[in-house]
Design a protein around this ligand. Sequence first.
Ligand code: ADP
Ligand code: MG
Ligand code: MG
Length: 192
Amino acid sequence: MVNLENMKKWMTLFTEQLLENKAYLSELDTAIGDGDHGNNLARGATALKEALTVKEPDNVTDLLKLTGMTLVSKVGGASGPLYGSAFISMAKASQESEDLAVLLEAGLEGVQKRGKAMAGEKTMVDEWIPVIEAVKNKNLTTELIEKSVEKTIDMKATKGRASYLGDRSIGHIDPGAMSSSYLFKTMMEAGV
Ligand code: ADP
Ligand code: MG
Ligand code: MG
């Protein structure tokens, strides 16, 4: 069950992970993109940390909405609107449900509505799909989160900037799948 306390903890831990791994995420994006994924998300993380302390949302829906709006306006690139859509869709779903799987499914729907990526296109979607499946089956583990990122290595990108590389995108981790792995690891850590 999601509640204000575990969601706040989740967002705080997520922003910390993004700031800690800024250089690594941009390094991954250098191989198959334009090298800015870590910087993009770190900018969003800094803004989100600030917004959470200044605005102090007092319910889950407002917290998720604030997160989504902040990421949309600060992250930029492809990932800003995608993560933003995810959180805004989760905010909407949270008006009717406190079930984590329901919220995450709404989040994924938001990402796919905006980005049109399906499974196997080497994007963050390839991290979200197996994680949601595991959340539903109540068997999410750190190993599954990490293995799902690794599975993007052999995929050929057919969406986003990495798709410009065609076959040369094969052999590299997708940066967005990696940043989503931080999202889901911190979700576990926060006890959501
Ligand atoms: P940009 O490519 O504009 O520089 P980022 O580097 O911040 O944006 O984000 C790149 C990440 O965004 C990719 O690694 C991928 O996971 C994700 N991404 C790109 N396009 C899509 C899409 N259409 N659907 C889902 N995720 C996508
Ligand atoms: Mg990039
Ligand atoms: Mg960019």
